[in-house]
Design a protein around this ligand. Structure first.
Ligand code: ATP
Ligand code: MN
Length: 150
């Protein structure tokens, strides 16, 4: 039922909690996990609007890619220890667009997303990326919720 999972992550604090759920899904037949990080063009757009030079943008992107690679490799090791096969993807674009493109290619049994990400605004029920993925995805989506602050 949950043979392959697509997990898009922005490495926010929800990622760790999401990995716990993915590990548990092994018991429900999960074999393969695709870990996807999108280098966010929205951030690059913002930096450009604030007058960042081309070299600064390139440097930001190199750093983002390097951090993403390290973080994805750590996640991969953790899931492999549980006996799951893991594939890593780093892409560049607008996160929800890329996630919806990748799902067409990967055809996962399930998508796992955090309800929120790095912005984690307290009044929002969902972040904009999770909102769009839940609305538009053709596949079942497991939304891992943040710990609610009361
Ligand atoms: P917003 O970005 O709208 O200000 P937010 O950062 O709190 O709000 P989202 O960005 O929607 O919330 O994040 C929700 C989930 O979407 C994340 O937990 C993650 O699973 C996925 N996600 C968000 N950004 C990315 C990204 N750049 N690459 C891969 N997955 C992402
Ligand atoms: Mn976000």
């Amino acid at each position: 039922m949950y043979r392959s999972i697509l997990f898009p992550t922005d490495f926010s604090e929800m990622a760790d909690k999401s990995l716990n759920y993915i590990e548990q899904l092994k018991g429900s037949g999960c074999r393969e996990v695709v870990l996807l990080h999108v280098i966010n063009l929205r951030i690059i757009d913002g930096l450009m609007r604030h007058g960042a030079m081309e070299e600064q943008l390139a440097q930001w992107e190199r750093k983002a890619r390097e951090v993403a690679e390290e973080s994805l490799v750590m996640m991969k090791k953790r899931l492999e220890l549980k006996g799951l096969a893991v594939k890593l993807m780093i892409k560049r674009g607008y996160p929800s667009h890329v996630i919806l493109d990748v799902e067409k290619q990967v055809r996962p049994s399930l998508i796992v997303v955090g309800s929120h990400g790095r912005s984690n605004i307290s009044d929002m029920l969902l972040g904009s990326v999770s909102d769009r993925v839940i609305r538009k995805s053709r596949y079942p989506v497991l939304v891992v919720k943040r710990d609610e602050q009361i």
